[in-house]
Design a protein around this ligand. Structure first.
Ligand code: 2M8
Length: 483
């Protein structure tokens, strides 16, 4: 990691540095990291400013990363926050999809490269995207950015972005909830944002590797880059990648027709994390519309939020004490029981009933499961599937912590335990980021991201990562009132 991005050392005055001062110094470092990850491109004769997750590997714009980045940036550089979201919606498809990746031209380091998606016919001029989406943090970010904007500054931004956001919600409702039950279907593990979570293991048994075309497997073997630029042992397996790219090839063959994709994909899951963000996103969109006096239009989104809250509460499994994803591929309807931190996202959605709340908090506060020194691990520590360093199968991620914090705070008025846990999680998340710098993910047991120099203890994911920097800013500003 570049020394420039290391956590600043305490002052050499000999006196302990005040907490406030440390936070302020760290905010400057976060600002530098976000500047370091800025890309400026001109497409369709328009200039776009977007922040990539990490220049070590993720050299394009990712959907929910950018939404998180915008929420941090609004506190430091409002114009950049607006630009981030403008760039994010710039490649929206005619059917309303806002893709999980908007590609930066000329960058080839990240696999799969743009052309692997075969999405040419959906391009807006020169803006090239993938063909799937990601958890809908976008409207939550738009609402947050608007609410925290300096007076009068966000008018144009909202006029530009709001129609795209409403169209995106219509896309998600129409294609991802065709049965109108409130839970949304994801069709690719990358859409979940928690790519190789144990939540998807049972679905993978239905994706026959022999059905993945030989040419696709050869392409993965020849061209995959994440396991070479990062540490292979921490990354998804080669078989996972065959499945990931096999699905992309199938969807391209179906002409990116989402009616067909949702009905035919061998991977199709009602995802509780995605659906929880969907509920919260609808509330956020309704709030934005209400704030600008468009109350009639807000009603629809309020209803969608409520419908999803009820549907999420119904996924509660009393025997296993958790909310469950549901495998709905090709006519199946099988609850997925895996102890991962996705089970706490219904807090964010406001979907947790009075009866469920103490049970959810008991599970979350258990040090043997989800509350070690640096919560919240992506998989429960006592699960046989827990892996300390493997991507989405154990490490703690700032993004899910942010969402769980917001969820706990939502229940703070009615639960002192939720408030106390929310505050503690803010502390530990800030501490974890401050003592390491901005990494993709962290060791939940020690809060480390660079455990040592030996090869088998390489850093946790990629470095100078954008969303830990942005989330640090947001948490410091929201909960520590750092100015
Ligand atoms: C990871 O996902 C990408 C695919 O989208 C990858 O591994 O190549 C996930 O952590 C995802 O949630 C995140 O948005 C992305 C960029 O940070 O990386």
């Amino acid at each position: 990691m570049n020394d420039h991005y290391k956590t600043p050392k305490p002052s050499n005055s000999g006196l302990p540095q005040s907490r406030e001062q440390k936070l302020l110094e760290m905010l400057k470092v976060a600002d530098h990291a976000l500047k370091h990850n800025l890309y400026v491109t001109t497409l369709n004769e328009k200039t776009y400013r977007r922040t990539v997750p990490s220049k070590e590997f993720y050299v394009h714009q990712w959907n929910w990363d950018s939404a998180a980045v915008a929420m941090g940036l609004i506190h430091l550089d409002p114009e950049r926050a607006y630009d981030e979201l403008r760039a994010l919606v710039s490649g929206q498809w005619d059917n309303g999809l806002i893709a999980h990746i908007t590609y930066n031209p000329g960058e080839t380091r990240y696999y799969p490269q743009a052309e692997k998606w075969h999405t040419e016919q959906f391009r807006r001029g020169e803006i090239v995207t993938s063909g799937i989406t990601q958890p809908p943090l976008l409207s939550i970010a738009v609402d947050y950015v608007y609410k925290h904007s300096p007076d009068g500054a966000a008018g144009d931004f909202l006029d530009e972005v709001l129609p795209a956001v409403m169209k995106y919600h219509d896309y998600l409702k129409r294609y991802r909830d065709p049965e109108d039950g409130g839970l949304l279907t994801i069709v690719h593990p990358w859409e979940s944002g928690t790519d190789n979570s144990p939540r998807w293991d049972s679905s993978y048994t239905h994706i026959n590797l022999t059905d993945v075309p030989q040419a696709v497997r050869e392409d993965v073997d020849a061209n995959r880059t994440d396991d070479k630029l990062g540490k292979a042992l921490h990354r998804p397996t080669q078989e996972d990648y065959y499945r990931f790219m096999g699905l992309v090839a199938l969807f391209a063959k179906l002409g990116w027709d989402y009616e067909k994709i949702v009905a035919q994909s061998p991977f199709a899951v009602k995802d509780i994390l995605f659906s929880s963000l969907w509920a919260r996103a609808n509330e956020a969109l309704a709030d934005t519309l209400t704030r600008v006096g468009r109350t009639d239009e807000a009603t629809k989104y309020h209803k969608w939020a409520q419908q999803t809250q009820e549907a999420l509460a119904h996924t509660w499994d009393e025997e296993h004490q958790q909310y469950c994803d549901i495998d709905v591929a090709q006519g199946r309807r099988e609850p997925i029981i895996e102890p991962t931190n996705a089970m706490f996202l219904p807090l964010l959605a406001g979907a947790v009933t009075d009866e469920q709340l103490p049970k959810v908090l008991t599970r979350l506060s258990d040090p043997e499961q989800f509350w070690p020194a640096y919560p919240v691990p992506s998989t429960a520590l006592n699960s046989p599937k827990f892996e300390l360093t493997r991507y989405w199968r154990g490490p703690t991620w700032p993004i899910t912590n942010l969402l769980i914090i917001e969820g706990l705070m939502r229940y703070a008025p009615q639960s002192a335990q939720a408030r106390q846990m929310g505050e503690e999680l803010v502390d530990r998340t800030l501490d974890m980021i401050e003592k390491n710098g901005f990494y993709e993910y962290y060791d939940p047991t020690k809060g480390e991201a660079r455990p040592g120099r030996e090869d088998n203890a390489r850093q946790f994911g990629f470095a100078t990562f954008s969303w830990p920097a942005a989330i640090f800013i947001q948490l410091a500003k929201q909960y520590r009132k750092a100015h």
